[in-house]
Structures are given as structure tokens and as C-alpha cells.
Design a protein around this ligand. Structure first.
Ligand code: SAM
Length: 252
């Protein structure tokens, strides 16, 4: 069934919704939706409903909502804090994090990360990333769109992670591996922050600040992974251990 996000505030059984302007062309001309076709409509905030197309024209596609569907959301609240890397790599991370059930994505400025330029190009990039989130979420049937936050500096992030579980992969960590953290009980009621460094890695001073804020610094084994690989691999490991990637379909 094709999956669409709408901007309605509340979705209720029996009501009708219009597909958004962004989806209209795709729904009508590409998918050729017609009356009687079944689709899924989500508000992007956690509710997904089965719907029936009742009108399909080039100007308007109307869907009647039939019944609520089970949520495709992980019980685990993962925030991926990703040091800025080159544009297309960041786009890839955004897409993969969405598929892996991350709830928030924070672009992070660190000493060695790629600098950001406030320009029209940046706002175009942001739009492109929001579209990527939308299409990845529709493709993998998430009912909640991950939030793409504004860029954080490390100091601000250090304040936010206090009292939460924060995991920081650092290739120079010799004593602690990621599975030592993941054998702790599953923190369903707490946020899990995964903080991944840039291509140049974190500096020792940054690692000290993160330790002071209570972060768990971990090693990922003998190979040095690219930043985008580390983000995806560790998200999958955390979601497998504490979330819903074990394939059991139930919170662990
Ligand atoms: N500049 C570093 C070097 O060459 O030694 C490598 C940085 S790595 C390309 C990018 C990020 O991925 C790191 O900051 C870290 O967060 C994570 N990472 C990659 N491989 C890792 C490993 N084996 N252990 C822990 N973290 C790793």
C-alpha cells in the first residue's frame, strides 16, 4: 500500500483528508491512484491509518480514513548527533537514520567537522534533507517523522545529555567496547544519544568534555569506520540490543 504524510492535526476514522501538494503529482500521474485504491495516511506524529481513495484528479486526491494501523515506531528514543560531514554524506546518514528508527537528528559542530555556511544554499540543503526524511519514512512505513534539529555546538550538547544515556564511539578508546554499555538494562524511559565524530575524529579535549557530561566512550573494534558507516552501524547495534531491530516485533 502506498504511504503518504499529511499535515492534518488529527486523523479520525471516517473523516476525509487531501494529499499534500508535494504528493499530488506523484499520486495522480506516477502511481495513478484511482477511486477505491487503498493507501496509508500518517500525520508524521505517530498515527498511521488505512484509507480509501474517494477522488483522484490532477488538482486533488481525497482519501477517506478507515482504521488506525499499528505504529511502526521503535519504543526506544534514539537521538543521533552527527558531526558535520560533506553534504551528500550527511544526506545518506539522514536517510539511513530515518530507516533505522532514529527519533531526532542533531547536526553537530566540532573542532574538526566540515564548517557550515549560512546561505541560501544551506536552506536548500535543509529542504532536501526534510524531503529525504519524508520519503525514507514513507518507504519504511514510519508513523513518526524524525526531527531534524538546528546545528548544535558540542557545549550545548554536553548540557543536554546530562542524566541521559550517551554513547560516543571513539577509535582511541582502549578499555570500553560498545557491548559493555549495551549489557546495561534497556533505558526505554530515557533518551539515548549516539554522538558520532567527523572524518578527522574528536579531539581529546572534546572527549574530556563528553566524559564530564556523563557520556560513555566506546570502541567499535579494530577497523576505523567512516563517519557515515559508524553512524549507521552503531544505530543498528543499539536498536538491535534495546529497540526493535531484533525482528521480534516487540520491545525488548
Ligand atoms: N580521524 C580518525 C582516525 O583516522 O583515526 C578516524 C575518525 S572516523 C573516520 C569517524 C568517526 O567514526 C569517529 O570520530 C568515531 O566517532 C567513529 N569511529 C569510526 N571507527 C571507529 C572505531 N573503530 N571505534 C570507535 N569509533 C569509531
Amino acid at each position: 500500500m502506498h504511504y503518504f504524510f499529511v499535515n492534518e492535526e488529527t486523523l479520525t476514522e471516517g473523516s476525509e483528508v487531501f494529499l499534500s501538494r508535494e504528493d499530488l503529482n506523484h499520486a495522480y500521474r506516477v502511481l495513478r491512484l484511482k477511486n477505491g485504491d487503498h493507501v496509508v495516511i500518517s500525520d508524521g506524529l505517530g498515527i498511521a491509518m488505512q484509507g480509501l481513495v474517494t477522488l483522484s484528479t490532477a488538482e486533488r486526491v481525497v482519501v477517506k480514513l478507515i482504521k488506525q494501523l499499528p505504529s511502526g515506531e521503535s519504543p526506544l528514543h534514539i537521538t543521533l548527533c552527527q558531526s558535520m560531514v560533506k553534504g551528500d554524506k550527511f544526506d545518506l546518514i539522514v536517510r539511513q537514520a530515518t530507516e533505522l528508527g532514529v527519533k531526532r537528528i542533531i547536526p553537530l559542530l566540532t573542532e574538526r567537522s566540515i564548517p557550515i555556511h549560512r546561505s541560501e544554499q544551506e536552506s536548500k540543503k535543509l529542504m532536501r534533507r526534510l524531503n529525504k526524511i519524508r520519503s525514507a519514512a514513507a518507504q519504511c512505513r514510519r508513523s513518526e517523522l524524525p526531527a531534524l534539529e538546528k546545528t548544535y555546538k558540542l557545549e550545548a550538547l554536553c548540557r543536554e545529555i546530562q542524566g541521559e544515556i550517551a554513547i560516543v564511539p571513539w577509535e582511541e578508546e582502549m578499555n570500553r567496547s560498545i557491548d559493555q554499555v549495551l549489557t546495561q538494562p534497556c533505558p526505554i524511559s530515557r533518551a539515548v544519544f549516539l554522538i558520532v565524530g567527523p572524518e578527522g575524529g574528536f579531539t581529546s579535549a572534546e572527549i574530556e568534555a563528553l566524559i564530564k557530561a556523563g557520556a560513555n566512550i566506546v570502541n567499535l573494534g579494530p577497523r576505523i569506520l567512516r563517519s557515515e558507516t559508524a553512524a549507521c552501524a552503531v544505530t543498528a547495534i543499539i536498536q538491535g540490543a534495546w529497540g526493535d531491530l531484533s525482528g521480534k516485533g516487540e520491545p525488548v
